[in-house]
Design a protein around this ligand. Structure first.
Ligand code: SF4
Ligand code: SF4
Length: 314
């Protein structure tokens, strides 16, 4: 799945945000938008290559043409998946939408109650009451003392999908955001195991995003994760975001490292390969984030990608 990066604008201000430095390469501007025409060009250039497309920002609810983009994707028989904080008023195109008729999914990036103003929290609750059948939660671990039980309460209250996408706060290229230091990865592993066990008691499963590594868990802990139904691949590959000007980048943390013009590739496979080649040449000779990665059996067997490459820039 590729993602369309619609707008830089966001009013949540999360300290760990991967996207907050997107403007810091000196070329972007807060008002830059991915236009509807550009999206149409992309869909015509890569026909039938996207069964589903992620819509990201910034905050997609602040993108002024969301209704037009949704119509366009449905016209091309593509299922939109919107990644949102859902803390802004429901935008045109979603208000009044007949979700029985239109395929659409939401991944709601959620924070603890104290991270919301009264108004934003009211917007979030209003959103869940309308779109709970199409919504799942996403949570980024950045505080290893945070209690995650509030996530289960929200899922139970609104009968959301019983799965949580779990990310870890990773450094963006050359730093500037809040992230979990790799020296704390053993503690992170134990935190994830506890989180998974508590979720499992509520019949909720976790799916780990990229950035987690095999050696943050003991063999016994990996067994516990499996028993709890946790999906984890310990990989690092191209997430592929395409933004204003149809420029593509590997993933948010590496936005400032390298971009490609999406339309210069003949197909998505070629575009992904370009990033693989570029990442290998940039990070060549450093297999992973730890010195031990080079001799690691997980690395040799390709059961761990050696962690987030962005660590090598901080
Ligand atoms: S490849 Fe590196 S990060 Fe992955 S398990 Fe081995 S030592 Fe850990
Ligand atoms: S560098 Fe790899 S692990 Fe880090 S965010 Fe990008 S794809 Fe994920």
């Amino acid at each position: 799945m590729a993602n369309l990066y619609l707008t830089h604008k966001c009013n949540r201000g999360c300290s760990f945000c991967f996207a907050r430095k997107v403007l810091n390469d000196g070329k972007g501007h807060i008002d830059d938008l991915l236009s509807v025409d550009e999206i149409k060009q992309l869909l015509e250039h890569f026909p039938n290559q996207f069964p589903e497309i992620g819509l990201l920002g910034g905050e997609p609810f602040l993108y002024p043409y969301l209704d037009k983009v949704l119509e366009l994707l449905w016209q091309y028989r593509i299922i939109p998946k919107i990644f949102t904080s859902a803390t802004n008023p429901i935008p045109v195109g979603l208000a009044g939408l007949d979700i029985a008729e239109k395929p659409i999914n939401f991944v709601v990036n959620i924070g603890t109650r104290d991270s919301y103003s009264e108004e934003k929290y009211a917007n979030l609750l209003r959103f869940f009451s309308m779109f709970h059948t199409r919504s799942s939660l996403s949570y980024t671990i950045f505080d290893l003392k945070a209690d995650t039980s509030f996530l289960f309460d929200i899922i139970n209250q609104f009968q959301l999908a019983r799965t949580i996408r779990v990310g870890v706060a990773l450094p963006i290229y050359k730093g500037g955001n809040q992230y979990i230091k790799k020296e704390d990865y053993t503690t992170l592993g134990k935190y994830v195991v506890k989180f998974a066990e508590n979720a499992s008691k509520q019949n909720i499963t976790l799916g780990l995003d990229c950035g987690f590594v095999a050696c943050m868990f003991t063999t016994k802990e990996i067994g516990i994760l499996q028993c709890c139904g946790v999906r984890a691949s310990f990989c690092c590959g191209a997430a592929l975001d395409i933004g204003p000007g149809l420029e593509a980048w590997n993933c948010f943390p590496l936005f400032q490292l390298h971009k490609e013009k999406a339309l210069e590739a003949e197909n998505m496979g070629e575009l992904i390969k370009k990033f693989r080649v570029n990442m290998n040449s940039y990070f060549g000779g450093q297999p992973g984030i730890f010195e031990k990665c080079g001799a690691c059996k997980h690395y040799m067997r390709k059961t761990c990608g050696g962690g987030c490459k962005s660590f090598k820039s901080v």
